[in-house]
Write a protein that binds this ligand. Sequence first.
Ligand code: NAD
Ligand code: WQD
Length: 340
Amino acid sequence: METSILVIGGAGYIGSHTAVQIMNSGLSVVIFDNLSNSSRAVLNRIAKLTGRRPTFVEGDIRDRLTLRTTFKNHSITGVIHFAGLKAVGESEEQPLKYYDNNVSGSVVLFEEMQRAGVQTIVFSSSATVYGDPGYPQYSEDTPLAPVNVYGRTKLMVENILLDIKKSRPAWRVASLRYFNPVGAHVSGIIGEDPTGIPNNLMPFIAQVAIGKREKLLVFGGDYPTPDGTGRRDYIHVEDLASGHLAALNKLMNSDDNSPIIVNLGTGRPYSVLEMVHAFEKASNKPVAFEIVDRRPGDLAEYYADRTLAKDILGWEARLGIDRMCEDTWRWQSNNPNGYQ
Ligand code: NAD
Ligand code: WQD
């Protein structure tokens, strides 16, 4: 039987870009997704970019039997686990939904991996695990104190993986703490397709530029930053995807099997207004905005200390703000209604 990487949540934004890179590196992929926040249409798009259709299993990680069958029917050598709910506000309103999907779901997945003898996993964590340490540059030693339910689910899963590793040293585990993923595949064929009103800055800007929304509300113009707006470490999704390949490669091929926990960011923050202006330049469209009150829970600024990812994985981000905006615009203008 041909060996494959199981990409859980692989129909989603980051998972689909990573699946393309894995397939283009010569490996086969099985995508497992319940399509709760994604579309089946992405599978044809992936086929267009890779020349092969990935195997697809429609399933939920809380459904043990579907997972078991998937491990039985395919020779899986490693798992990348993107499946999760990710809206911070919703996680505060519906904590049980988040603990059930993100934490209970992960436990079922890890149990079924153990049962199937699959011991290699890369997990999507988030810079949200750090909370608010009082300084902007986060290294992996920054205290772990998430300030919302979503962030706590990510930290819980990281800790579960460390406990599994302690009790079963043959497991190979990596948790990747993403900063702010943006951008799209350079072809404009796959990209981020949020349902409803986007929570995140970049898809909102893209929808203003294409005329779907009237103006961006800039949350806060009085932060202690150079232009008064919040600053974040935006990272191109193609760089993130290559970070997953680097982690998988390290887990599968290195003699050192210590757990890997690293930040994936560029180390260079940009303000909301810098993003707006870069997007206007890339799209040649105006992006109307209005500065309004701060959004509760937001910080003025944070960005990654990216040293450890470079040391451990030999990985660093390559694409800058221009490519982040150009590629988002190509995706948005070629697919004004996303995958519909
Ligand atoms: P996404 O919603 O586009 O992708 C997640 C995918 O998982 C979706 O296709 C969804 O249908 C699927 N899914 C969710 N719950 C599932 C379940 N119970 N069973 C099976 N499939 C399920 O999100 P994304 O932006 O690609 O994020 C991927 C991962 O990265 C998430 O775990 C997210 O928490 C994490 N992350 C995202 C960001 C970000 O800003 N996008 C930042 C840091 C971390
Ligand atoms: C970026 C900046 C906003 C929207 C979130 C999650 C985090 C991670 C990434 C998953 C901030 C400003 C935004 C708008 C605005 N996700 N903004 N108007 O909040 O840094 O991080 O996504 O792990 O956990 O919290 O990202 O894109 O929402 O905001 O002014 O309409 O843009 O205030 O400064 P954030 P974001």
